[in-house]
Write a new protein. Structure first.
Length: 173
């Protein structure tokens, strides 16, 4: 297993980077890890895959400023889902949508797998450099503040539900 170099690009910018990341792969260094079949290793893979799928559904929702016709509700609930619904209302009122897809790389996670409903707290490096804000009618890209954050840390709280798998309960940036 390899540890991915933190939420920074090859210029050494930290998680609060205001520059688009380099497309050049970053150096990694080997780290000791649990056996590949450990419950935590399995949980990390499952959580990361579910969060990736959630990000894809969010991109669909933001692309039309609505969660209708998406599967966001199969990946998020509670505060996370309510926040998404609120953001859709803001986009609709402003006559905006987005294009592109945000990316998120799991940096680390802690799990409580002994609970009746397993719980996780995970830190993802979020990258929105490919996400563009658009006017919904003209499809022209909206002007955004120079120096806005394109990469940042997102702390995710999730639970593993029996029928659905990992569900995002809350995200904090």
């Amino acid at each position: 297993m390899f540890l991915i170099a933190g939420c920074s690009n090859d210029l050494g910018n930290s998680a609060d980077s205001k520059e688009a990341p380099s497309k050049t792969p970053q150096a990694t260094k080997p780290q000791a890890s649990p056996t590949p079949t450990s419950p935590e290793d399995t949980a990390k893979r499952e959580l990361s895959a579910r969060y990736d799928a959630y990000q894809e559904e969010l991109a669909k929702a933001y692309g039309k400023a609505s969660t209708k016709g998406t599967k966001v509700n199969l990946y998020a609930t509670g505060v996370a889902f309510a926040t998404t619904q609120g953001q859709m209302r803001v986009l609709q009122k402003a006559g905006q949508s987005t294009s592109g897809t945000p990316r998120a790389e799991l940096e680390n996670a802690s799990f409580d797998l002994d609970r009746t409903v397993p719980k996780a707290t995970a830190k993802f490096c979020s990258d929105v450099s490919d996400w563009k804000l658009l006017d919904r009618k003209t499809k022209k890209e909206a002007d955004l503040p120079e120096g806005r954050f394109l990469r940042y840390i997102t702390v995710v709280t999730a639970e593993k539900w029996p029928k659905y798998g990992w569900m995002v309960l809350e995200e904090k940036n």
